[in-house]
Design a binder for this molecule. Structure first.
Ligand SMILES: *Cc1c(COP(=O)(O)O)cnc(C)c1O
Ligand SMILES: [Zn+2]
Length: 421
């Protein structure tokens, strides 16, 4: 085990997880707080030995991600530990938005309904279990905003310390949410990629080498939390995979693991084996993956982000190459939209379906709209689009346009003048 842990835990229980395995060369390692292959520096991911799993057994579980605990790297006693119990968010049938866009069947998977109002509660919940197993007392992360709030909240509930790092110029709501749960919040003068590089240094220093960084040394565990989005979408569609799905891309971890989750459901016989297309969505102001996709390149050129979609503003995405592979293999694509298109899409989703998305949801709905308009998404196929965060977190994106239509004295005459004027 390369990295030191705070205490030697008495028992280490990772449920069905069997080993860490290098995504590039397949070398296997014992389950530990490590994230890179010693042979080739490739990223490590969890390899499983699943027992028998049935739809009935899953359906009998709680209405949160732990209904899938037999498919996750978590201890058998996970239900009895204090945690945020995220997941089982709503899958909304979006007929009015579908009609607006020209689609036959569309669902919005609305992950704003998680405890800290973004999809990050899913990944943090798995990382907390790994931190317990490894005896870490302090949780940390580099964050584009949502992760910091999810980590500090989860640490508060689990009785752990937290010290989280964000770019100092984030949205007000994300700063407040990352601070209110306690722990230490540190703003770094720089981009997310600089924050992330700083955390990699901190992990090698005595100040941070006993900490569980959920998206660095606990990343293989953390990343598995995104599989639960795939499981939920399939179960909520009646144990069926969608034909096509639009997923936001920051580091690319979520998209990669949704594909892994769909693949597991097929292998375990929980859904019928059928093709599905995965589409990645980025903001034009931070589009290293869609740019590589469009140019038909395998190498991702890092960029300096400049977009209102700050939660997706990762200029050097670790899982970018895998996103390209998956989009190409499944017959999907990676596309981007401008900040103006993001704002339009937020308002379109809100005014057709009553769902207020953060800018990341504007990115996915905007890309969906663009792909349908360009004939690159099949209009008759069953489609799912993700909203991964709550619009209340990014009010500034729409606050200039979302105003009262009039401000009047409390009198009928004043109202009559206002509506007729
Ligand atoms: C973190 C995040 C994502 C996805 O991030 P990946 O790094 O690609 O896994 C998507 N939406 C929101 C709102 C996020 O905070
Ligand atoms: Zn390797």
């Amino acid at each position: 085990m390369a990295l030191g842990t705070a205490d030697q835990p008495t028992t280490v229980d990772f449920g069905p997880a069997a080993a860490l395995s290098c995504r590039e060369c397949g070398t296997r390692y014992d389950l530990g707080p490590s994230f890179a292959c010693i042979e080739c520096f490739g990223p490590l991911e969890i390899a499983y030995e699943f027992g028998p799993v049935s739809r009935e057994q899953i359906a009998a579980g709680p209405t949160n991600i732990w209904r899938y605990r037999s498919l996750l790297p978590v201890p058998a006693d996970v239900l009895s530990t204090p945690n945020m119990a995220p997941g089982w968010t709503r899958l909304v049938r979006a007929d009015r938005l579908a009609r607006e866009l020209g689609l036959r069947s569309l669902h919005v998977k609305d992950d704003s309904g998680n405890p800290t109002h973004s999809f990050k509660d899913r990944v943090v919940a798995i990382a907390v279990q790994a931190a317990r197993n490894f005896g870490f007392h302090t949780l940390s992360c580099s964050s584009t905003g949502n992760l910091a709030g999810a980590v500090t909240a989860a640490a508060a509930r689990a009785g752990l310390d937290a010290c989280v790092f964000i770019p100092a110029d984030l949205e007000e709501a994300k700063i407040v949410m990352a601070s209110v749960y306690g722990g230490r919040l540190v703003g770094i003068q720089g981009t997310y990629d600089e924050v992330n590089r700083f955390c990699s240094e901190l992990i090698g220093d005595p100040m941070g080498d006993k900490w569980g960084f959920v998206n660095v040394n606990l990343r293989p565990y953390y990343a598995e939390g995104s599989k639960t989005l795939a499981y939920e979408i399939a179960e909520q569609l009646g144990w069926r995979l969608p034909d096509q799905i639009v997923i936001p891309v920051a580091s690319g971890s979520q998209l990669t693991k949704i594909d892994k989750g769909f693949g597991e459901l097929i292998k375990l016989g929980l859904v019928e084996d059928k093709p599905y297309k995965i589409f990645g969505a980025q903001a034009a102001g931070c589009s290293p993956v869609s740019t590589a996709y469009r140019a038909d390149r395998d190498v991702i050129q890092p960029v300096k982000p400049d977009t209102i979609a700050k939660s997706l503003a990762i200029g050097n995405p670790a899982d970018g190459p895998y996103v390209l592979d998956i989009a190409r293999r499944t017959g999907g694509a990676v596309e981007d939209v401008t900040d103006a298109e993001i704002v339009d899409a937020i308002r379109l989703l809100a005014s057709t379906e009553g769902i207020f998305a953060e800018t990341a949801g504007g990115v996915t709905v905007g890309v969906l709209r663009k792909l349908v308009a360009e004939g690159r998404l099949a209009p008759d196929a069953e489609t799912v689009v993700l909203n991964t965060g709550d619009g209340l977190k990014t009010l500034d994106a729409v606050s200039a346009q979302a105003r009262p239509s009039a401000i009047i004295r409390p009198s009928l005459d004043a109202f009559r003048d206002a509506v007729s004027g």
